[in-house]
Design a protein around this ligand. Structure first.
Ligand code: PGA
Length: 270
C-alpha cells in the first residue's frame, strides 16, 4: 500500500446472490462499513440485482445509515444497442446505477473465449458510457511454471494501455493469477509485489502520472487471513475478492485490514 493511492477493496460476487439474498448482503456491507472512509469499497453483484441495490444504497446514504459503496457490473458489451441477444450496454449499466465494470476477468477469457482485443473494446465502451473499468490480467499455472508470467501479463496489459490512458487513472487494474482464482492457492506477497511493480513500470514507459496514480489490485483466493500481508506490499493498492466477498463478515474483515494499514501509513506528503 502506498500513501499516495487510496486503497480499494472490490467484491466480485460472480453468479451468486442474484435475488433477495444479494440485497440483504449488500445492505449488511453498506451499513457495517459506515466508518470506512479511508478505503474505497466496490461490489459487483449479478445484473439482476444491480438496480435494486443502487436504489437501496441511495436510500441508506440519504438516511445516513450507510456509507457510499460503488456498484460494479461484472461484464459489458461494447455495442450501444441492437441485436446482441443476452448482452448489456454501458448506458444500461449506468441507468441501473453502476459506476464501475469488471473487464477481462479470466473466466470471460477462458470460459467464454473472449480476447484482449474484445476487452479493449469493452474498456473504451465503458469509458464512453461514464463507467470506470476494473481491468483484469493474469497468467495461467502453465505460463507461470514456464517462467512466462511477466511476459503474459504485460502482453495482456499492452492491449489495454490505450484505454487506460484514455481513462486518465480513473480505471483500476487487477492482477489475478488464474491459478489462484477460487483454488485456495494465493500468490505470495512477494510474487504479487513483483508483478504489480512490473505492471507499474511498464505503464511508466507510457505515462508517468498514469503509472503513479492508477490503482493495482491483487485478486485470487484473498481471505481475511492473507489480506494484510498482501496489502502491506508497496505496489498492492487493494484487493479483488471473490469467494470471501459473499459473506458480509469476511468481506468486512478484509476491508478492516485495509483500513488498519492505511491508518498506520505516514500522512500524505504535500
Ligand atoms: P476468489 O476469486 O477470491 O474466489 O479466488 C477472485 C476473482 O475471481 O475475482
Amino acid at each position: 500500500m502506498n500513501v499516495a493511492r487510496k486503497p480499494l477493496i472490490a467484491g466480485n460476487w460472480k453468479m451468486n446472490h442474484g435475488g433477495a439474498k444479494g440485497l440483504e448482503l449488500a445492505m449488511q456491507i453498506a451499513m457495517q462499513s459506515l466508518t470506512t472512509q479511508s478505503v474505497d469499497l466496490v461490489i459487483a453483484p449479478p445484473f439482476t440485482i444491480l438496480a435494486a441495490i443502487a436504489q437501496t444504497f441511495e436510500e441508506l446514504v440519504e438516511q445516513q445509515k450507510a456509507s457510499c459503496i460503488g456498484l460494479a457490473a461484472q461484464n459489458i458489451h461494447p455495442g450501444e444497442a441492437g441485436a446482441f441477444t443476452g448482452e448489456i450496454s454501458g448506458s444500461m449499466l449506468r441507468e441501473a446505477g453502476c459506476e464501475w465494470v469488471l473487464i477481462g476477468h479470466s473466466e470471460r477469457r477462458y470460459l467464454f473465449g473472449e480476447s484482449d482485443e474484445f476487452f479493449a473494446k469493452k474498456a473504451f465502451a465503458a469509458l464512453n458510457a461514464g463507467l470506470k473499468p476494473i481491468v483484469c490480467v493474469g497468467e495461467t499455472l502453465q505460463e507461470r511454471i514456464g517462467g512466462r508470467t511477466l511476459a503474459v501479463v504485460l502482453q495482456q496489459l499492452a492491449a489495454l494501455i490505450p484505454a487506460l490512458e484514455h481513462a486518465e487513472h480513473s480505471a483500476v487494474i487487477a492482477y489475478e493469477p488464474v491459478w489462484a482464482i477460487g483454488t485456495g492457492h494465493v500468490a505470495t506477497p512477494h510474487d504479487a509485489q513483483e508483478v504489480h511493480a512490473a505492471i507499474r513500470s511498464e505503464m511508466r514507459t507510457h505515462n508517468t502520472m498514469l503509472a503513479d496514480k492508477t490503482r493495482i489490485l491483487y485478486g485470487g483466493s484473498v481471505t481475511p487471513h492473507n489480506a494484510e500481508s498482501l496489502l502491506a506490499q508497496p505496489e498492492v493498492d487493494g484487493l479483488l475478492v471473490g469467494g470471501a466477498s459473499l459473506v458480509a463478515e469476511s468481506f468486512l474483515s478484509i476491508v478492516r485490514e485495509a483500513q488498519k494499514l492505511r491508518g498506520s501509513l505516514p500522512s500524505k506528503p504535500s
